[in-house]
Design a protein around this ligand. Sequence first.
Ligand code: BG6
Ligand code: MG
Length: 221
Amino acid sequence: MMLNAVVFDLDGVITDTAHLHFLAWRAVAQEIDITFDEVFNEQLKGISRMDSLQRILKHGGKAGMFSEEQCLALAARKNALYVQSLASLTQDSLLPGIREVLADIRAAKVKIGLASVSLNAPGILHALGIHQAFDFCADASRIHRSKPDPEIFLAACKGLNVRPEEAIGIEDAAAGVEAINAAGMLSVGIGPGLDHAGLQLHSTQELTWERLTAFWAARAY
Ligand code: BG6
Ligand code: MG
């Protein structure tokens, strides 16, 4: 079987927005007397905005203490802070090696997809100047279940017109790797704590077309 598509997560894989999400949530959480660190933040990676808020409230012992209206206001406040911080993104904000690997995948005539649950994904791709690198971006507003559910990766494969078994997914979040595996794709994990990924890399610098093709060739049937 040929490798027909590579599907990328966005935040923390293509650009370092995972840290900006953390800073914005931390500021909003402080306003309601909840503190959390980067270790807890790992559990928010790949999780939708409203689900992230619920996890933060639970972590702070405040689950169920805010009305739906208050939750929406907190999430809107986080997003406003986050969007403000996105103003710092430029075409130089791609993580190391990403521009090269996107170009190499394209040159090999393998399709490229995006599977990000972020509603800000289209704006971020434009700010990075790489929206044209993708053959299909799954629409986060149509996704009902956050990662680790495979829904968004399956939507990306469908949009690319490939079967999940013909595709590799790339993620920096534990929930994301779980989603790729559940979709029946091969998973690449970037960063620590992703033992469940088929291939684990330390950073995007190691994410080369050579590595991806070697991983594909060595996969278990
Ligand atoms: C994911 C991030 O890509 O998008 C999460 O890993 C984030 O941290 C989620 O909560 C939703 O993002 P947004 O931009 O719609 O709030
Ligand atoms: Mg991510």
